[in-house]
Design a protein around this ligand. Sequence first.
Ligand SMILES: [Zn+2]
Length: 120
Amino acid sequence: MTDKCETVVVHCMDYRLQRYLNNWVEENIHPQSYDRISIAGGVYDVYDVMRQVDLAIRLHKIKKVVLINHEDCGAYGFEGTNERHSVDLRNAREKISKLFSHIDVDLYYLNLNGTFEHID
Ligand SMILES: [Zn+2]
């Protein structure tokens, strides 16, 4: 058990995903060591994400950011192709890494069937 916050997880607010996200967080992130940001569209508005991540870094000294976008996201509508999600996730990682070079950023795409795909 640790009392240090190590990770911030950012994902969409979509109700269809929450049980998958809960299970994933439970299995992959140390309990009581993460902040969680639920925001419409995931990284759709990268500056919204940056503001929240900045706070997590400053307040809780986190070391890792996990960004999760998902299939059929309402914020993206018809623009929400796999390609677009990958581009947006990588763009968000680049922006975060530029400002906070000591932070690791992991990217995932969550399918509606609950499977997570790691994005390089
Ligand atoms: Zn969504």
